[in-house]
Design a protein around this ligand. Sequence first.
Ligand code: URA
Length: 207
Amino acid sequence: MQLDLFDGQANRILSRADYAGFAGELAGSGCRRCPLSDSRTRIVVDRGNPEAKVMVIGEGPGENEDIQGKAFVGRAGKLFDTIMASVGLDSNRDMLIANVVKCRPPGNRAPLDEEVEACSPFLRRQIELVRPRVIILLGATALKRMDPSKKSFSMEEEAGRFISLPAYPGIDFLVLYHPAALLYNSRLKPAMWSHVKELRKFLDAAG
Ligand code: URA
């Protein structure tokens, strides 16, 4: 995938054939493809293991991620780690965690459509290079980005569903609540725990 010929920097990043090269180049690029670059501290590419068969897509970096340059290292990330550990999954070893946008939206607001659009070639390339078997979509922003046919929906209906998307053959997607939603509404926790048990069963069956 190539952007227009004038965006040489993005093309250089996207043409890297290895994940480490791609991630290093993007993190150090000083990318200015959207206005989030005005307020970010660091470009947050990921956390975890690019060799893992599970990839996780969240929304965008928060304050801690913006400072540390790593995805999901704040409160929501710690809760996510705990939930995954409850079914024997280590989020640094068993998954590669990324976000829809790589720069922090001011005040942790949801990213705007044009910000998501500007960053989408990077997420797509990230998926191509990781070649995961399963992608976990955390929350509505990730679901909307990966399945643009979803215009209006409720996470109560979507969470826990396995879906496939024609644009990504061979990958199963699991929609989960975003862990930040659980921090605000602990009544969602029992459903989340039952959904991650299903994930565990799915991974065990997939071998
Ligand atoms: N929320 C996200 O969606 N991503 C992060 O990296 C941190 C918090």
